[in-house]
Design a protein around this ligand. Structure first.
Ligand code: AMP
Length: 281
């Protein structure tokens, strides 16, 4: 696997690679969820490049940028073993080499849901992904459904700006008890780790209620809320049921013909956890 640690090295490598390039952007501290994106990318012919960049502009001032886990050596081995062809690890200066005046916004979607609690987060994500796509010039972009709003924001970005890349969403990889894998799970203490199960349990309970015929958004939210409470999760940023494609609210608060998705964001201790589940029948 080629390790590319500068813009120049990437551009040189890119010149030798033809079409069918798949791209998996990450912030590192890799786990089986990230590796499932690499695996999905390898299902089609061509090469796969991953990137590791802890993007400062997507963290708020009170957030965990400084203590975000950085495990480059281990990440590199995992990607090498997974058969990834190249790893791009740019510096901040490689990514933000311009004047810094340009920002990419996907609005109002980027201010909804997580955007209400992390006001500049999706602007940071959309901006860094635009820069990465322009540098890497992949044919396919692999993103996890774990970060569902991010996936929808980036699909919009690609469509709205006619970026020449296909976006592929990959299903969430979970622990055996349902907790979605996340680099931030390592912040959890043992007791918090047990509480964290509440998130996937709440989603499953809502899915069950939907399958039993519940169509009222408020009732589905109440089912999820009750599970979170049972586990003692009190800091709930939101429990939402939205149209799975647009993330718009459902008309009249009732599930109609559209596929709904439930999205949750909670805090367990100081750790913010997000998860989601399609509530399709
Ligand atoms: P991150 O390193 O957190 O920025 O994530 C990089 C990519 O991996 C994003 O597209 C995430 O949605 C995806 N990802 C993170 N966790 C998981 C998971 N548990 N299952 C599948 N994809 C994931």
């Amino acid at each position: 696997m080629e390790l590319l640690t500068s813009r120049q090295a990437l551009q040189e490598w890119r010149r030798g690679v033809g079409e069918d390039l798949a791209f998996v952007p990450t912030m590192g501290a890799l786990h089986a969820g990230h590796l499932s994106l690499v695996e999905a990318a390898q299902q089609l012919p061509g090469r796969t490049i991953a990137s590791i960049f802890v993007n400062p502009t997507q963290f708020g001032p009170q957030e965990d940028f400084a203590r975000y886990p950085r495990t480059l050596e281990q990440d590199r081995e995992l990607l090498q073993d997974a058969g990834c062809d190249a790893l791009f690890v740019p510096s901040v200066a490689d990514i933000y080499a311009g004047s810094g005046q340009t920002r990419v916004q996907v609005e109002p979607l980027g201010s909804d849901l997580c955007g209400q609690f992390r006001p500049t987060h999706f602007q940071g994500v959309a901006t860094v992904v635009t820069v990465l796509l322009n540098l890497v010039r992949p044919d396919r972009l692999y993103l996890g459904q774990k970060d569902y709003q991010q996936l929808v924001v980036l699909r919009r970005l690609v469509e709205d700006l006619a970026l020449p890349v296909q976006v592929i969403g990959v299903p969430t990889v979970r622990e055996s008890d349902g907790l979605a894998l996340s680099s931030r799970n390592r912040y959890l203490s043992e007791a918090e780790r047990l509480q964290a199960c509440a998130v996937s349990q709440a989603l499953l309970a809502a899915q069950q209620a939907r399958r039993s015929g519940e169509r009222q958004v408020a009732a589905l939210q109440a089912v999820a809320h009750a599970v979170l409470q049972r586990y003692g999760v009190e800091k709930i940023d939101y429990i939402a049921v939205r149209d799975a494609e647009t993330l718009l609210e459902l008309p009249e608060g009732v599930v109609g013909a559209e596929d709904p998705v439930m999205l949750l964001a909670v805090r367990v201790g100081v750790t913010r956890l997000i998860d989601n589940l399609l509530l399709a029948l």
